[in-house]
Each structure stands twice: as C-alpha cells, then as structure tokens.
Design a protein around this ligand. Sequence first.
Ligand SMILES: [Zn+2]
Ligand SMILES: [Zn+2]
Length: 335
Amino acid sequence: MKSIQYKDAKRVEVGEKAAPEIGPGEVLVKVAYAGICGSDMIIYQGVHPRAKPPLVMGHEFSGVIEKGHATLPPGTPVTAYPLLGCGHCQPCLNGYAHVCDTLKLIGIDCDGGMAEYVKVPEDKIIPIPAGFPLKLGAFIEPVAVGVHAVSRSRYRPGDTAVVYGAGPIGLCVAGCLAYFGARRVIVIEAKPRRLDVARQMGFTTIDAAHEDIRAKVLEYTQGRNVDLAFDCAAHPSVHTSILDILRVQGVGVVVGSYKKPAEVDLIKIEFKELTLIGTRVYEWRDFETAVAILQSGRVDFDRLLTVAAPEEAPKQFAKLLAGESDAIKMLFKFG
Ligand SMILES: [Zn+2]
Ligand SMILES: [Zn+2]
C-alpha cells in the first residue's frame, strides 16, 4: 500500500509498505483523508519524545471499514478515537483515560492514518453519519479538541471570549464557541492570512503584530474585558497579556503546549480572582459532539482544509515547517 513514512528528522518519504495485518478485536480501515497535526510536525522535526522512525504518522483521519468489525459492515464511513489509554493507572480507572499516565496515540506510538490502510482497535472506531463528507471526517478530531476546551472552560451562553492563535486548534475553539452561542469571539493572531480566515469565519480579530491587544479588547467589550480567554498559541507573548484581558473572576484556558515554562504574574490571578484551567485532547463524548457540530454546517470549517496528494508529503511538511504554507489544515487524500 502507499504510505507516508517518517524516516528521520526532517525526512518523510512516500513509499510502498505492506498493509497492516489485523488480529482479533481489530478493524482494517481504508483511509480516505489524513491530516497533519501540530504533533506530527514535532515528530517530523525529530524531537517527539515517543515517536520512533520508521513510522506512519496520522491520528486525524477518515475512511471506510475494509474488514474486521463485528457489527459495522465493510464500506461504513468511520473515523478513529486515537487515544490508547493503559486502562489500569489511576486516571484511567477514574474515568480520565484521556490523561492516562502513559497515554499513547495511533499514529505516534504505532502506525497511523497516513497510508492507504490503517489498523484500529474495534472499540476506537467511530462511525460517521451517511452523507457526511469524508474530507470533514478527518477534521472531527481537531474539532473535538475545541469542544473539550470549551467544555473545560465553564463557558456560559452569551459569554465573550478571546482566542489566541488562528491555527487549526484556535479556529476550532473559536468555531465551537460560536456554535455554543458565545456573544462575541475575538481571535488574536499575527499572520495576515490567518487573520483573513478568522474574519471570513465571522470572528472579530486583533492583529497581534500591529494592534494594542489590551486596548482593542477593552474597545470591543465596552470596557468590560472578556469572560474567557483560550491560549491556543502557546507563545511567550500570550502569558503577559492573558491575565490583563480577563474580567474579574474570568477564566483562562491553556490549550496550546508550551515548549518552555512560562512566567505567570500570580498576583493578577489573586487580585482579579482569576481561574486558569488546563485542557488536554478530548473525551469520547467530545468526538460525538464534534460530529454533530460539523454535521450542522453552522460553522464553516471546510474553509480551513487544504487537500494534497500523498506524493506531495515531503514538500508539504517542509513548507509547513518553514512557515511557507498557506494551509491551515493540510489533508492528504488517499481513497
Ligand atoms: Zn491532532
Ligand atoms: Zn492509564
């Protein structure tokens, strides 16, 4: 089968590979689309702590069942819940398998969806509704990250929110906030192309490179500041401003992964009675909610997707790393 394989730091290759053999409890999925995630870029750079070459990356994918499912017939459109919890650590035993002590993922710790076929444990198969475009099917996972972040935030209908970063995750969080009825969603970003996309999706934007974030947030909120702020940028400039733009008792949510420890001015948390919350991946129900959001068509997520042929993978990974790609979410089309 055709596959995109991570071979070494900054080296992916497109080549033939034997299709995975399935055992009991496993399903073979014929892949339609597979997306590049930020974590795949970490793997590509050779700095992921767990991923070892050669590896077929890809934990965001859609396809149809080829064989092996006990109840769903071949041809059923599906995606996969890619988290592999150990099942016996304290978080797993207490219902937090998504923060398992030794959390593993399809496409990071074993071969994933950037190939014509992928092997998925049957209990991780999520059917997607008939008529739902398979292209959007590969975007259910990032939307689930947005659903989970908003669920963690104590969001209340009518809240006003800031989202730092208009990458795929920032725009997923912003889109979920809009879907859930936020009064105003303000997206802060420095890249012009991403600001355009955020605007086209209906969000208020602040150009981090040229505008005063604090002044603009006050202007857009009539001097009130925001109820919620989501850090999807994990950029050192965010933690100096996130505590300033929250109202008293506002909530900041850390969504992006910081590479170095961030300095946080704790007295601002004390004086404004702020809450900082962490959020990590998603839970099963977030996937189901993400399917419903995408199916509703109320948020224009399709605009974020760029499709390329698998053969373009070496070029597309290099462009993404160099910051030269216009794509917000790059998908490879297999089927
Ligand atoms: Zn992902
Ligand atoms: Zn566990």
